[in-house]
Design a protein. Structure first.
Length: 427
């Protein structure tokens, strides 16, 4: 057990993390309106530079792949063993908060710093990682870095995925001086990483409600992200009788309400459904629109229920559009599978919480994380810390710095124990 319980160490961590969280919050495209940090923009690149410099300063071996995923390694005494990774993301969706993702990045680096400074022996290499674009804000698909690492993002995807200005992911990578033509170099083979642990804010109300300091994730609900375009006929809003319209807007509304009702009636605990973006063209009050484009984000921790939702989605869209005489195009951007956390890692986190006398509970993650994608190639575990009022993806997102430091304390001890896992005593 690493003696991070000592108040002086805890207080030092807290002050460092607080300063770094505020400093990173300065890399922001929307000051006064929450945090916005979109992948491959100047601010995103500057934030990454800031963190890379800090990693170097504290003596981590820093590298970056051809896509911009960043690694800070603290070598162990036996680098032949598969390393333990920990990290998260630095990008932030529109007008959001300063903790989502960032806590997992800074927390991993702080943990490595504390382990290094403790002078205690650890066998496996420990690696702090920053994944490219966990948020889907720019290209409509989240977890781009971890998808590329795990062979779930192809060279064709790089060309196909476009931002709102029509710039492809391929082009955006090139403009940021990365190498989309060398995507295969980003891939990581099964077995190359031993374990992955991600620290994150909960982004929901469970821990605060139950007055727990730490959450231990057992499953991550997986998203299905869809872009639906409904096409009708543009006409005069005053002179076109109701029975002679091909209006895509009521079709969108009917689809939305039918799917929302299904999700509300689901008996599964983690079925959710959201339409977070809807655009109407041409977008004038006295014009029947010719096109509606909407996003559909649905999540479930139950794989079978996800498939039921997909079948219903197709059925409802087809029936509603046929009935209303409009046509549609459906693009399924992601259809991920729920990920189960690894029992060895979750048991280690639990043991650490007990050793540190921290109130904890097991819970599911409704939000997705790079862990979900990484689970394809590596066993993972996640540590959650509370979110005030359960708010996230909003400027009011908040976690007390003391709670951040507590999460880092759990992470540090977990990483230290896992770095010695299966290779003899870790006392
Ligand atoms: C990740 O940010 C998510 O939308 O769950
Ligand atoms: Mn997020
Ligand atoms: Mn996140």
């Amino acid at each position: 057990m690493l003696d991070l319980n000592r108040k002086v160490l805890f207080d030092q961590s807290l002050e460092r993390l607080k300063a770094q969280l505020y400093e990173l919050a300065e890399f922001n495209e929307t000051p006064e309106h929450g945090i916005t940090r979109i992948v491959y923009t100047n601010r995103d690149l500057a934030a990454k530079h800031y963190v890379k410099e800090y990693m170097k300063e504290i003596g981590l071996e820093v590298s970056e792949d051809v896509m911009g995923n960043i690694f800070g390694k603290l070598p162990g005494s036996n680098s032949d063993l598969p390393p333990v990774w920990s990290g998260s993301h630095l990008d932030a969706p529109l007008n959001s908060g300063m903790f989502d993702g960032i806590v997992g990045v800074l927390g991993a680096i702080e943990a490595l710093r504390l382990i290094k400074e403790s002078g205690l022996k650890h066998e496996r290499d420990l690696v702090a990682v920053i994944f490219v674009s966990e948020e889907p804000t720019r290209f409509g698909m989240g977890c781009l870095g971890s998808r590329a690492m795990t062979n779930q993002l192809s060279s064709e995807d790089l060309v196909k995925l476009k931002d709102k200005d029509g710039i492809s992911l391929y082009e955006a990578m090139k403009r940021a001086n990365y190498r989309p033509d060398k995507l295969e170099q980003v891939r990581i083979k099964q077995g190359e990483i031993g374990m992955f642990v991600e620290l994150h804010i909960e982004q929901g109300p469970v821990l605060e409600t139950n007055q727990k300091e730490i959450g231990i994730v057992n499953v991550i609900a997986a998203p299905t992200e869809v872009k639906l375009t409904i096409k009708g006929e543009q006409r005069h809003a005053g002179s076109t009788p109701m029975n002679l319209r091909k209006d895509p807007m009521p079709a969108a509304a009917e689809i939305l309400l039918t799917l929302e009702t299904w999700a509300k009636d689901s008996t599964k605990a983690h079925t959710v459904f959201t339409v977070g973006d809807l655009k109407v063209f041409p977008g004038a009050s006295n014009v029947i629109p010719n096109e509606v484009v909407m996003t559909i984000d649905s999540r479930d921790a139950d794989g079978e229920n996800k498939e039921k939702f997909m079948a219903l989605l197709n059925e409802v869209i087809q029936a509603v559009c046929a009935k209303r005489g409009v046509s549609y195009e459906l693009e399924v951007k992601t259809h991920d599978q729920p990920a189960q956390a690894d029992s060895l890692i979750t048991n280690t986190i639990k043991k650490v919480c007990e050793e540190l006398k921290m109130d904890h509970q097991v819970l599911a993650s409704g939000a997705y994380h790079d862990s979900m994608i990484m689970s394809k190639i590596v066993p993972f575990g996640m540590i959650f810390i509370p979110s005030r009022d359960g708010i996230s993806h909003d400027a009011r997102e908040w976690t007390e710095f003391k709670q951040v430091a507590s999460g880092v304390q759990v992470l540090t001890n977990t990483l230290y124990q896992l770095a010695n896992e299966g290779v003899g005593s870790n006392e």
